[in-house]
Design a binder for this molecule. Structure first.
Ligand SMILES: *Cc1c(COP(=O)(O)O)cnc(C)c1O
Length: 380
């Protein structure tokens, strides 16, 4: 297919001859009104009603027993890993095809990421590769699951729902259960995405969402922890608010806490965004459906939601035939008013993670050579 046809199609999709960005936020509801309420009431920071309301509404929306706000998705992941007991020197299984935040959060705990291959269909951690790697290198000991090569404890597994498409999460959860490994879902990209009807981020002990500016729902910057166990959620609330013991005037803290609480103004934006989330996702799904029809029979494979899943289609993606064609396509589209991007540079190729354990990464490399993200903003 001629690249020109593709840029023409995308300009027509968004009804403009101008530059088409990859993903921009839409504020079509009560955003201004709620922000004004914050300013008028002076509750812009760590005290205010929107924080509790946003947590309650996200819990209801996702079906989690408890939701706890954080300043961003990275801090949510950091707390999530600490909450499941990841400690310095542990190993945490994850994917190399992810945004840097996943691995930064693992590094903050002093643990070592181990990179497992992804599925070609879901772009998320492959349960088959996970199982194969564990069979080959892991052993269940009296002190938990251990890597027989390094001797380190394998404490947690962090699959990521890439571009909003759910990974094969129930299979991953079953494998983690079998090996005594804690499951922490990086659901940063997948608000509104469901696997067999269940919201992503609610399959393990903890899940993390992100509300960064480029995500499907934005609070400017922000994140959320999702819990099935309300008591663990209450502990997370305590840890993310400086571990302060409630008292009318005394300053007493009973643990090393974190100042990870989301300010009220950000939560206000979140409450307004959530009111229109389903409309935004519906529009993104229509955009994805139009891409799917357009690429049908074109020789280029459009990435569709996995079977049994409902994806928020955070970022649409298409697979080019080779790395050379991918580069030519990136060049042409970005030269012709359409913003496109390759997938993140693989974690295994970054200097900080060069020495980390990994499997053969065959599918990961194959995808990284071919994948290009296309404009994905909702049309509202
Ligand atoms: C956006 C994102 C995060 C969190 O990012 P923040 O900018 O800290 O909110 C984490 N993991 C992945 C995969 C992401 O895409």
């Amino acid at each position: 297919m001629d690249y020109r046809e593709i840029t023409d199609f995308i300009h027509q999709l968004y009804g403009t001859e101008d530059f088409v960005p990859l993903s921009v936020p839409k504020f079509v509801g009560n955003e201004k009104k709620y922000l004004e309420e914050c300013i008028d009431s002076t509750f812009v920071s760590s005290v205010g009603p929107f924080v509790d309301r946003f947590e309650e509404e996200i819990a209801r929306y996702t079906g989690a027993a408890r939701a706890v706000v954080c300043v961003n998705g990275t801090s949510a992941l950091h707390v999530a890993l600490m909450l499941v007991g990841v400690e310095r020197g542990d190993e945490v299984l994850t994917q190399s095809l992810t945004f840097i935040a996943t691995c930064n959060a693992i590094s903050y705990t002093g643990a070592h990421p181990v990179f497992i291959d992804v599925d070609r269909e879901t772009l998320g951690l492959s349960p088959d590769a996970l199982s194969a790697w564990l069979e080959k290198y892991a052993a269940i000991t009296g002190s938990g699951c251990r890597n027989r090569r390094t001797g380190r404890r394998i404490k947690a597994c962090v699959p990521m729902h890439t571009f909003g498409h759910p990974a094969r999460i129930t299979e991953i959860a079953a494998i983690c259960e079998q090996w005594g490994i804690e499951l922490v879902e990086d659901a940063a990209e997948s608000i509104g995405s469901r696997y067999q009807g269940q919201h992503t981020g609610t399959f393990g002990k903890v899940g993390a969402l992100s509300f960064n500016g480029n995500k499907t729902l934005t609070t400017g910057g922000g994140g959320m922890l999702l819990f099935n166990d309300p008591e663990l959620g209450a502990w997370a609330k305590h840890l993310t608010t400086q571990a302060k013991v409630p008292h009318r005037w005394e300053f007493r803290h009973d643990a090393v806490g974190y100042n990870y609480r989301m300010p009220n103004i950000n939560a206000a934006l979140g409450c307004a965004q959530l009111e229109n989330l389903d409309t935004l996702i519906e529009s993104k799904r229509e955009v994805a459906a139009e891409y799917a029809r357009f690429f049908e029979g074109s020789g280029l494979q459009f990435v569709r939601e996995p079977e049994g899943c409902r994806s928020n289609y955070w970022l649409n993606a298409v697979l080019l035939p080779s790395r050379e064609e991918r580069d030519a396509f990136l060049e042409y589209t970005n030269d012709h008013g359409v913003m496109t991007r390759p997938v993140w540079e693989l974690m295994t190729d970054l200097p900080m993670f060069e020495g980390c354990e990994r499997d053969a990464q065959q599918v990961t490399r194959w995808l990284a050579d071919r994948l290009v993200n296309l404009p994905s903003s909702p049309r509202v």
